[in-house]
Design a protein around this ligand. Structure first.
Ligand code: 5AD
Ligand code: SF4
Length: 514
């Protein structure tokens, strides 16, 4: 963000009550603070300097704002959003609010939204509809929409026009402004809109309340400059900007000291880590090489882009230890022609070469991926190439999606000759293959003893505990609750498509057994 935008952003915009009632021209909200996704504009942004801030503090006048009040945040979408929710929860607590997991008890409800596909957005609009009656019952309730959807002009417009039960809309770059936004909403009782476009800074010392004491997310970078032609993220999350290594290392050290067993490093494209850091040649490989020396049992990272996945990172990951042998490597399509239209900047062959190198260096690696089917004009042959690549790589799991046009992205303007039934049929075929290979991968574990980080009781049966192996396989097994939070040895007795069953084969220290 440049200085001009920063200063403009200090101004919280409010819609006056007459605007809320009559369908007026809302363009004034977009003049300064919001720009519609524009590839041309966004691509210019690389030149702007990233500012690092270490001066976040709850303004004196807002302390105690939350006394006697409760907050509820519903999170949609990816881990990045989950982690943003942890930061917002930290800010709420610092303001004196208490958490609640019940919307009826809440004085403030936030929907932290996802814009990646249309159905993600529809869920949020549906929820806003449900919350209308609660808002009518409790006029003092504050209802806010934040996260990726708030960064889209069309969404903000739609909320302003049709969802007048909403009190606040703020974007992904405005989280640290939550105290001011809440204050403004209490003062004015009018819709508060605060969204900054395009870039964003790095704000270091925001409070966070992590969910749980076992696994933690750590941002290493924000934003994305890859501009895959289908993807809204470069517009909603701003430009690529890396946190400084020393800040990340300190955060991981601190988590280790607090007894966390696992950290997952987060970024939309973690392999671009460090590219924007001036005057140093320091990438994800270097960062992982330093982090692996920290006394924390497990380190993971997500999400990777194959184009930036370099040899240095492979060399470091091959050192093993606390660096986990699971890599999520989204391929999106097995067809070089489709990859080109997606602007993924690698071919099928280059991807396979990367997989070959990774497997040679880390023989036990588990690879998983993301795939989009039914890209505009995808032919049967091109889809078959995705199917054959899937087998060739031997993925252990995939997240599969039907292409969903996102307004403002280049692909949304492409004509598309693939009927929805064809797309659905392709997805079904791909999913059948995903299931087949998942089960195959799971069966290999039968009889093996694996290390499981125990996260808690299984969802379906409180007598059974559940956790994950180093290669991210879910394992259910009977064991005393004192195993929760520890890494224990489990012998696998049964393999299913999505999970393994087993028996714990180690004695917990007597003092620890209840
Ligand atoms: N339509 C369908 N899937 C998408 N993804 C991103 N954008 C879209 C879209 N417009 C998928 C990609 C990405 C994952 C997080 O979501 O596979 O890796
Ligand atoms: Fe979207 Fe990922 Fe491509 Fe970035 S690299 S544009 S986040 S799919």
């Amino acid at each position: 963000m440049n200085e001009k935008q920063r200063l403009e952003g200090q101004q919280v915009e409010t819609a006056n009550s007459s605007d809320k009632k009559s369908a007026k021209d809302y363009s004034k909200y977009f003049e300064q603070v919001i720009t519609a996704p524009s590839l041309k504009e966004a691509k210019k942004r690389g030149k702007e300097e990233v500012k690092y801030h270490n001066d976040f503090a709850i303004p004196e006048e807002f302390r105690g704002m939350g006394n006697g009040r409760k907050f509820y945040i519903r999170t949609y979408g990816c881990q990045m959003n989950e982690h943003d929710t942890e930061v917002m929860a930290g800010i709420f607590l610092a303001l004196g609010y208490e958490p609640t997991d019940n919307t009826e008890d809440a004085n403030v409800i936030l929907l932290n939204t996802c814009a990646i596909r249309e159905n993600a957005e529809n869920k949020v609009f549906g929820e806003l509809g449900h919350l209308k009656s609660l808002k009518l019952e409790k006029p003092d309730l504050l209802l806010g929409v934040c996260g990726c959807m708030s960064q889209e002009e069309s969404v903000v417009n739609k909320i302003l026009k049709t969802y007048q039960q909403v009190d606040m809309i703020f974007g992904t770059h405005n989280i640290h402004r939550l105290p001011n936004i809440l204050n403004e909403a209490y003062m004015s009782k009018e819709m508060v809109v605060e969204v900054w476009s395009k870039e964003g800074d790095v704000i270091e010392n925001l409070p966070k309340v992590r969910r749980g004491k076992i696994k933690a997310w750590v941002n290493i970078m924000y934003g994305c400059d890859k501009f895959c032609t289908y993807c809204i993220v470069p517009f909603t999350r701003g430009k690529e900007r890396s946190r400084r290594p020393e800040e990340i290392i300190q955060e991981v050290r601190h988590l280790a000291a607090q007894g966390y067993q696992e950290v997952t490093l987060l970024g939309q494209n973690v392999n671009a880590y460090g590219k924007d850091l001036e005057g140093v040649n320091y990438g994800l490989g270097e960062l992982m090489d330093e982090l692996r020396k920290i006394d924390i049992p497990r380190i993971r990272f997500t999400t990777s882009h194959p184009r930036d996945f370099d040899d240095r990172l492979i060399e470091v990951l091959a050192k093993g230890g606390n660096l986990m042998d699971h890599i999520h490597l989204p391929v999106q399509s097995g067809s070089t022609d489709v990859l080109k239209i997606m602007a993924r900047k690698y071919s099928r062959e280059q991807y396979l070469e990367l997989v070959r190198k990774i497997k040679a260096a880390i023989p036990n690696v588990a690879l998983t991926t993301d795939i989009i089917v039914g890209y505009p004009n995808e032919t049967d042959e091109q889809f078959e190439e995705t199917m054959s690549l899937y087998r060739e790589v031997g993925y252990e799991l995939a997240y599969t999606f039907i292409y969903s046009p996102r307004e403002g992205t280049p692909a949304a303007k492409m004509e598309d000759n693939v009927p929805m039934e064809v797309k659905k049929a392709r997805l079904q075929r791909l999913n059948a293959l995903v299931n087949e290979l998942s089960l195959e991968a799971m069966k290999k574990y039968k009889g093996q003893i694996v290390d499981v980080l125990v996260e808690g009781e299984s969802k379906n049966n409180p007598d059974v505990l559940a956790g994950y192996t180093s290669r991210s396989k879910l394992v259910n097994f009977a064991a005393p609750k004192s195993a929760i939070g520890k890494i224990v040895k489990v012998k696998i007795t049964e393999a299913k498509t999505w999970s393994l069953n087993g028996e714990m084969v180690e004695e917990l220290e007597p003092a620890e057994v209840k």
